[in-house]
Design a binder for this molecule. Structure first.
Ligand code: CP
Ligand code: NVA
Length: 339
């Protein structure tokens, strides 16, 4: 039995040649809508499983874990990474992915969400949804009868957080106690989801941006409660001074200043957030040489990040992008696969 470094002593047992042979945590049949619904141990299990599947792909081990499964991939919004990650991950493990773009099906047009959910649930083993309202993915989950995975809504982007945490673990070793500063539009789907993920897994999350764009107070309170209840060691701070925020940071993370669907806010956000750009001056203000730079991508270079930071040796954005595939694969394998 070959155990990867992180899997040793964890919940995933495997032979790399044969695939996963046993696991201590059963997520079969579960939806994946936000990380709020998962315990620290369950999230760590998904990260361990991601590493195992990454190694399985590296050595081209052949036993597929989703043979005969069909997965529906609904996209109301554009996507490069998430779409490709679900598609490649499904095919790698023997499943058939079906892309359903916003003009391809009746959802949002002449059919209720709950009717589309019940139809797709009769034909598919799992459903990915990327779109606008978070209530749509919740309604799909309520009626589909099969696992529904959130590939991004206006409020949350949980599969991205798994990839981010795996990337931090690969580059910095431990997650617990690390300081992650999210610069920019801190009330967007990435800010919300990073705050939840950090509180679950024991990182110090710092939201840094204009105060008018700070995260919702109720979500901040909920995250602080999550950190306290799980004894993860996680914490949340909201800071509007960028240089003060990044002092001692292990990770500086940023995202676009206006998200998909907010294109009319471009000028307003630029005015509010230009002093929160991640540039070489800000990277230098951490006081550490090994602070890593992260971005979920796609990036708007010249807005939230400069070209030199994006291309800097400490930028791990393409490791992060690759890990979308390994972590999304873990979510599908854990919820509908043969483990
Ligand atoms: N990070 C991310 O979700 O990228 P896509 O929009 O390309 O899927
Ligand atoms: N906040 C961005 C994330 C893209 C992956 C958006 O929603 O457009």
């Amino acid at each position: 039995m070959i155990m990867s470094a992180h899997a040793a002593g964890s919940c995933v047992k495997k032979t790399v040649e044969e695939g996963i042979v046993s696991m201590a945590i059963n997520l079969h049949g579960r939806h994946f809508l936000t990380l709020k619904d998962f315990t620290k141990r369950e999230i760590e299990f998904l990260l361990d499983l991601s590493l195992t599947l990454k190694e399985k792909k590296r050595i081209r081990a052949s036993r597929p874990l989703m043979r005969g499964r069909n997965v529906a991939l609904i996209f109301e919004k554009a996507s490069t990474r998430t779409r490709c990650a679900f598609t490649v991950a499904a095919i790698d493990e023997g499943a058939h992915p079906e892309y359903l773009g916003k003009n391809d099906i009746h959802l949002g047009g002449k059919e209720d969400t709950k009717d589309t959910a019940r139809v797709l649930g009769r034909m598919f083993d799992g459903i990915q949804f990327r779109g606008f309202k978070h209530s749509t993915v919740e309604e799909l989950a309520k009626y589909a009868g099969v696992p529904v995975w959130n590939g991004l809504t206006d409020d949350y982007h949980p599969t991205q957080i798994l990839a981010d945490m795996l990337t931090i673990r690969e580059h910095l070793g431990e997650l617990k106690g690390k300081k992650l500063v999210f610069m920019g539009d801190t009330r967007n789907n990435m800010g919300n989801s990073l705050m939840i993920g950090c509180c679950k897994l024991g990182l110090h999350y710092v939201a840094c941006g204009h105060e008018s764009l700070f995260p919702r107070e109720d979500l901040v309170a909920e995250c602080k409660k999550i950190a306290a209840e799980s004894s993860s060691g996680g914490a949340v701070s909201l800071i509007s001074d960028p240089k003060k925020a990044v002092e001692g940071a292990d990770v500086i993370y940023t995202d676009v200043w206006y998200s998909m669907g907010e294109e009319d806010k471009a000028a307003e956000r630029k005015a509010l957030l230009s002093s929160y750009q991640v540039n070489m001056d800000l990277l230098g203000a951490t006081g550490k040489k090994d602070t890593i730079f992260m971005h979920c991508l796609p990036a708007y270079k010249g807005n939230e990040v400069t070209e030199d930071v994006f291309e800097h040796p400490n930028s791990v954005v393409f490791d992060e992008a690759e890990n979308r595939m390994h972590t999304i694969k873990a979510v599908m394998v854990a919820t509908i696969g043969d483990i």
